[in-house]
Design a protein around this ligand. Structure first.
Ligand code: URP
Ligand code: ZN
Ligand code: ZN
Length: 476
């Protein structure tokens, strides 16, 4: 007897991290219930003829509604960020719940839940940012939070108020080892940046593009090497996030060859932007200020190599949204006096997937299977959400993005759905864009139709990250 489904996606080409094949997708109760031909009846038929049917993207590195220093305000709240994510083919995002010194980590997590409550268009899990590695936080709060499904935490080796000492990093890594959590590392040498920043400022070199000069490649390479060494001492897996260049990539590769569980992530800005973009007239360069900074074409080639060869397991946006023409954003009064004060971070949650699809798949640098792996399947595996998320398989959540692989789009901020007044990718021509998106079986984006579903996105507790499981294989 033929089954009856809530929805059938008919006539599309389904792609997973393993395979590409023609089949229909039957959805019931928000889950994928059948894969095959002639699936029968459904309340709703989505015609996917000529389209690719991919797992919805999981952007595992985004910043939303995060406090960012006196007078600075992030442009996106959970509504605009998750709406923008959905329009960019994502069905899940992992933002950070950021602790500041002296704060209770549990109170911070509660506050982020309150900010997200009733607002999310797609599903959300949280990473933690540990800024206060006190005995109470490490001994009590962190283990209890891991137990509750916050199984990854980021530590910073730079930034005033966030940077941890090596001793503190070791202590955090030790808790991660004991609890089965994954440490994400922002690897830049704080003292070297301070030294170079002071020197540049004394010489009157304060325009936004000196941001790149204040954090040259050795700053990142040294910190990457040190983080890997600390992780080796503790014998714990770590994820080096937002890797920008060959030298840091090769530190990770060497560690992997030695059998260490060191993982890497890179982002669109390191594939299509360079430090030259920071040289815009007046303050225009501020639009590209992020850390680590975009480098040069050789660094872009190295990041591609890392993606192709499995050094990087993840491709995330590091969406960090500040408005440009705004005294609470990139043009904050202090930021005009020196690059030191320009808020760090650029938006990109909606453009991440089209950029990788166009520059990667359509230009023949990576296959469609690798695209799916880097943007959906691996994030789910790395952060303990697999096989509920990140895969097209029976029983998984029906989180799907239908792509028009030949659609040519010139990226313009006016077509994006974030609350930022610019995109660093303005004018970039891409081929391929996701035009329909389903989250747990519900159409949340249909070409040209604005979604209106804030509050339908759910919080998901994460399980033990695969890299931290006993006998867990390496994710490439
Ligand atoms: O410049 C950046 N990347 N800002 C976001 C915060 C971070 O370090 O990821
Ligand atoms: Zn970072
Ligand atoms: Zn970030």
């Amino acid at each position: 007897m033929a089954m009856s489904f809530d929805t059938i996606i008919r006539g599309g080409t389904v792609a997973t991290a393993a395979d590409t094949f023609q089949c229909d997708v039957g959805i019931s109760g928000g889950k994928i219930a059948a894969l095959g031909e002639n699936l029968g009846e459904a309340k709703e038929i989505v015609d996917a003829t000529g389209l690719l049917v991919l797992p919805g993207g999981i952007d595992s590195h985004v910043h939303i509604a995060q406090p960012s220093g006196p007078g600075i305000v992030m442009a996106d709240d959970f509504s605009s960020a998750t709406r923008s994510a959905a329009f960019g083919g994502n069905t899940m995002v992992l933002p950070f719940a950021m602790q500041r010194k002296g704060e209770s980590l549990r109170a911070v997590v509660d506050a982020y839940h309150a900010k997200a409550e009733g607002k999310c268009h797609v599903d959300v899990s949280f990473h933690l940012i540990v800024a206060d590695a006190s005995d109470r936080v490490l001994g009590q709060e962190l283990p209890a939070l891991v137990e509750d499904g916050y199984t990854s935490f980021k530590v910073f080796m730079t930034y005033e108020g966030l940077a941890l000492s090596d001793l503190e990093m070791l202590n955090v890594m030790s808790v991660a080892r004991d609890t089965g959590a994954l440490v994400m590392v922002h690897a830049e040498n704080y003292d070297a940046i301070r030294f170079l920043t002071d020197r540049l400022e004394r010489a009157g070199l304060t325009a936004p593009h000196y941001h790149a000069a204040s954090r040259p490649i050795p700053v990142e390479r040294e910190a990457t090497h040190r983080a890997i060494s600390l992780a080796e001492i503790i014998d714990v897996p770590i994820m080096i996030v937002h890797v920008s260049n060959r030298e840091a990539m090769e530190e990770i590769r060497r560690a992997q060859v030695r059998g260490l569980k060191i993982y890497g992530e890179t982002c669109p800005q390191y594939l299509v932007l360079t430090a030259k973009d920071l040289e815009g007239l007046n303050m225009e360069g501020a639009k590209y200020v992020c850390s680590p900074p975009p480098r040069d074409e050789a660094s872009q080639a190295a990041c591609w190599e890392g993606l192709q060869q499995g050094v990087f397991a993840l491709f995330s946006s590091d969406h960090c949204p500040f408005r440009y023409d705004d005294p609470h954003g990139k043009l904050a009064p202090k930021g005009r006096t020196s690059f030191r004060w320009v808020p760090n971070g650029i938006p990109g949650v909606e453009t991440r997937l089209p950029i990788l699809f166009s520059e990667g798949v359509n230009k023949g640098r990576i296959g469609l299977d690798r695209f799916v792996e880097l943007t959906a399947t691996n994030p789910a595996r790395v952060y303990g959400l697999f096989p509920r998320k990140g895969v097209i398989a029976i029983g998984a959540d029906a989180d799907l993005a239908l792509w028009e692989p030949e659609l040519e789009v010139t990226i313009r901020n006016e077509r994006l759905h974030h609350a930022v007044d610019y995109t660093p990718y303005e004018g970039l021509k891409v081929k391929g864009w996701p035009t329909t998106v389903l989250s747990r079986g519900e159409v949340v984006v249909e070409d040209g139709r604005p979604i209106d579903a804030p509050g339908r996105g759910r919080f998901l507790a994460c399980g033990t990250p695969e890299p931290c499981r006993a006998g867990g294989g390496r994710i490439v």
